[in-house]
Design a protein around this ligand. Structure first.
Ligand code: AMP
Length: 284
């Protein structure tokens, strides 16, 4: 019989609920989300449930991590469905704050994590990581869990959160979990609902280009330039895929490599129609 799900809107009520659990000697795992939940999010709930006594999530579409021309207003918000999914997976607490409580009138504080937030997504989405780091720190304050779970799908975001947690001595263990994909390889994303059937077919080229890179590298290619060119050719052939970057970086960093002589992460961002998609793979 699953325990019931408590939906909590207030910061104080949320903190009290988590602290009470911890006073009883139990650990809490926390999964921050923007809602529109899919199996990618739910895999994080499962990971938290496997490693912690109790699971908490948050659903908050954070305005400060969206650029002025991005999809904040149209971002999907199927709250009742999300709550059902969380309940089914054994999540016991979900923090669903009001924007007015997260950002009180006159707020001015923000977190700058430095170099790791600068390239790639940092260039494509100015201010994004400051918005992410600030809201994640705030969420950690509201849901003071023992461990927090993030998806590798947002590779650079995981580096930003880990950097912040280390730099600010945060008392939370940041865990990173694998990317969950549809059977055809498309990385699950709340934004996939924006794709028309035709765009969705073209979007498969992202994961296909990452698989191609894996093949080329396991075949012995060491020059990042060559791998990148082959990926770009595949992406161009798909048509209608507007590549923002293909980053070949030393794994666990944002530093581009010229020669592939150790573990790398290859990260892609591209627009298919008006939908911005990201994906990545670790190789080596
Ligand atoms: P979001 O709701 O997009 O902010 O995502 C909340 C968390 O779910 C983040 O840590 C994401 O990296 C993670 N996530 C999103 N999509 C996936 C996926 N396909 N596989 C694994 N984790 C994911």
């Amino acid at each position: 019989m699953p325990r019931s799900l408590q939906v909590i809107n207030g910061v104080e009520a949320m903190r009290t609920a988590i602290r009470e659990v911890q006073r009883g000697g139990e650990t809490v795992g926390f999964v921050p989300t923007m809602g529109a939940l899919h199996e990618g999010h739910l895999s994080l709930i499962d990971a938290a449930a496997a490693e912690c006594d109790r699971v908490a999530a948050s659903i908050f579409v954070n305005p400060t991590q969206f650029g002025p021309n991005e999809d904040f207003t149209k971002y999907p918000r199927p709250l009742e469905r999300d709550l059902d999914l969380l309940r089914e997976r054994g999540c016991e607490f979900v923090f669903v704050p009001e924007a007015a409580e997260m950002y009180p009138a006159g707020y001015g504080t923000s977190i700058d994590v430095g170099a790791v937030a600068v390239p790639w997504e940092g260039v494509a989405r100015p201010g994004h990581f400051s918005g992410v780091a600030t809201v994640v720190l705030k969420l950690f304050e509201c849901v003071p869990a023992d461990r927090a779970y993030f998806g590798r799908k947002d590779y650079q975001q995981t580096l930003v959160v880990k950097r912040m947690a280390a730099d600010l001595n945060l008392p939370v263990d940041v865990r990173v979990c694998a990317i969950i994909r549809d059977a055809d390889g498309l990385a699950l994303s709340s934004r996939n609902v924006y794709l028309s059937p035709d765009e969705r077919r073209r979007a498969l080229s992202l994961s296909q280009s990452l698989r191609l890179a894996e093949e080329i590298i396991s075949g012995g290619e060491r020059k990042a330039l060559v791998v990148r060119e082959r990926m770009l050719a595949l992406l161009a052939a798909a048509g209608g895929v507007n590549v923002e970057y293909v980053a070949i970086v030393r794994d666990q960093t944002v530093d581009e490599v010229a020669t592939i002589d150790g573990p790398v992460t290859i990260a892609i961002a591209a627009k298919v129609g008006t939908t911005r998609l990201i994906d990545n793979v670790r190789i080596g």
